[in-house]
Design a binder for this molecule. Structure first.
Ligand code: AMP
Length: 397
């Protein structure tokens, strides 16, 4: 069975066609600048690349071009689009109504629309992608896989904020958590790779990329996660502040005559390691280079990033009364041996022991703890597209 996986942004569309018989990627690509001048499709299959520069006023035209590329005699991988059995869509926010992935119908679309306020940048684009597929591929089932459903298994003590309860009742304000498909995939694979009890295995997943989050799960079910109502909470990220005293907002607003929207923009786009390093970069490699050249603020930003991750690991170990495995994933988690080692250096009290030789690698599924380590520590490359395709298959079979 062939499944198309779509991740639609407001002006972009990423796709992969996955053959679920062997879970291999047949083709993948990206449509950029949808709705603006200079639209471009880059399609990759069989080691070849096709670039199409054609107007894409809406996602419908982008999907039509993707279909054309998939059946192209030279760059295509299927003879007819009828070979696509289903489409899996990444949808950012499912609110409190969706506790699982779901086959799309009228009601599901209405609820995705109701969640626009919770995911204002992503949900409208995700819905456009679904409607474009319905138009371009009538009769082919669409499945919505939400970034938030992994967090729906959290207990109330973890997801409720200590604010007046009426705000949860009126506006569904709670911790949702994001990167859910990644945490679901990695925690499930970590249980298998480490040979843990599928029901009781306690896993901490460190998804450390430009956006960063951490989760605690037992038997693959989330018990806590660091992102909150929005992806702003938790770890220090490329440009996001993560946790901070909310009174800082009021203080800076008053001092600098800013409003809360401007402050949120600063906290989302100008903070994190970019802000802490004094503006060096949001990219860990640049900040590392600056630190090596003696930039003190760059050094502190990296130390603070590592320190925050280590603190969360301590908290989540307490939440689960122990931890069996820790998995590192995403850009920094998979590639940055220095940050992995620095985080694990805080975890001696848990009996964590890292094998420096095993840790000296990038982007490979690998155990990096020693035989004697009391906690299994691994690099586990995330694969959100495959997670979405597996969910889609489960729901359409
Ligand atoms: P992601 O958002 O998952 O794509 O991760 C992007 C982040 O991963 C960027 O900050 C990169 O600097 C970081 N990254 C990628 N490769 C490396 C590497 N070899 N060493 C350190 N950081 C890396």
């Amino acid at each position: 069975m062939k499944i198309l996986v779509l991740n639609c942004g407001s002006s972009s569309l990423k796709y992969q066609l996955i053959d679920m018989d062997n879970e291999s990627v047949m083709a993948k690509g990206l449509c950029e600048r949808i709705g603006i001048e200079g639209s471009k499709l880059t399609h990759k299959a069989n080691g070849k690349e096709l670039v199409v520069e054609e107007p894409m006023p809406k996602h419908t035209e982008a999907i039509a071009l993707v279909m054309k590329a998939l059946v192209d005699p030279e760059y295509g991988v299927i003879k007819d689009t009828s070979e696509i059995s289903a489409v899996g869509h990444r949808v950012l926010h499912g609110g409190i109504k969706f506790t699982e992935s779901i086959k799309v119908n009228k009601d599901v679309k209405a609820t995705i629309r109701e969640c626009f306020a919770l995911g204002p940048l992503h949900n409208p684009a995700n819905l456009m992608g679904i409607e474009a597929c319905e138009e371009t591929m009538p009769g082919v089932p669409n499945v919505a896989v939400f970034d938030t459903t992994f967090g729906m298994s959290m207990p109330e003590k973890a997801y409720l904020y200590a604010i007046p309860h009426e705000y949860y009742e009126k506006y569904s304000i709670r911790r949702y958590g994001f990167h859910g498909t990644s945490h679901m995939f990695v925690s499930g694979e970590a249980i298998k790779f480490a040979g843990l009890d599928p029901e009781k295995g306690r896993v901490i997943v460190c998804h450390l990329g430009n956006g960063a989050s951490i989760s605690a799960s037992i038997g693959g079910k989330c018990v806590d996660t660091s992102m909150g109502l929005t992806p702003l909470e938790g770890l220090i990220m490329g440009t996001r502040s993560g946790d901070l005293d909310p009174a800082i907002l009021q203080f800076i607003c008053n001092k600098e005559g800013k409003d809360v929207n401007e402050m949120l923009n600063i906290l989302n786009k100008k903070s994190g390691i970019l802000g802490m390093s004094g503006g060096v970069s949001s990219d860990f490699r640049d900040v590392e280079k600056a630190a090596e050249q003696g930039n003190h603020l760059a050094e502190v930003a990296l130390e603070a990033f590592v320190y925050r991750v280590a603190k969360y690991i301590g908290a989540y170990t307490a939440a689960m009364n122990g931890v069996d495995a820790i998995a590192f994933t995403a850009g920094v988690g998979e590639n940055d041996k220095i940050r992995r080692k620095a985080i694990c250096d805080y975890l001696g009290y848990l009996g964590v022991e890292i094998d420096d030789e095993a840790n000296d690698c990038r982007g490979q599924l690998r155990m990096i703890s020693t035989e004697n380590s009391k906690v299994k520590v691994m690099i586990l490359p995330t694969n959100e597209e495959l997670a979405i395709a597996r969910e889609t298959l489960r729901l359409v079979q």
